[in-house]
Design a binder for this molecule. Structure first.
Ligand SMILES: [Zn+2]
Length: 93
């Protein structure tokens, strides 16, 4: 996967595979939510429409609820330059 600092789902389609990529990201997010079940920060039950998968080749990956993501987003994006974010709110249904 390419690295990106910003959520890229749905907004970029540089190679014409945007729809397929968005579908795969949605599946990956659903899988990660199923593995984690609860947000590691607040303990809320995760729902793939209200969860964010943050993946970094150097820091690993985690899935959190949107409340925790929205609180930490700016700090995380500023401190982890290679992070790739899949936001469940951006996944087309
Ligand atoms: Zn949370």
């Amino acid at each position: 996967m390419k690295t990106s600092r910003k959520p890229k789902t749905g907004s970029q389609d540089v190679d014409g595979f945007g729809f397929l990529r968005a579908q795969l990201e949605g599946e990956l997010l659903r899988w990660a939510v199923g593995q984690a079940i609860t947000c590691p920060y607040c303990g809320d039950i995760l729902d793939c429409r209200r969860a964010v998968l943050a993946d970094s080749p150097t820091r690993g990956s985690t899935v959190v609820c949107v409340k925790c993501w929205d609180r930490a987003r700016d700090h995380v994006l500023a401190t982890i330059p290679d992070i790739e974010v899949t936001d469940g709110r951006d996944i087309p249904r």
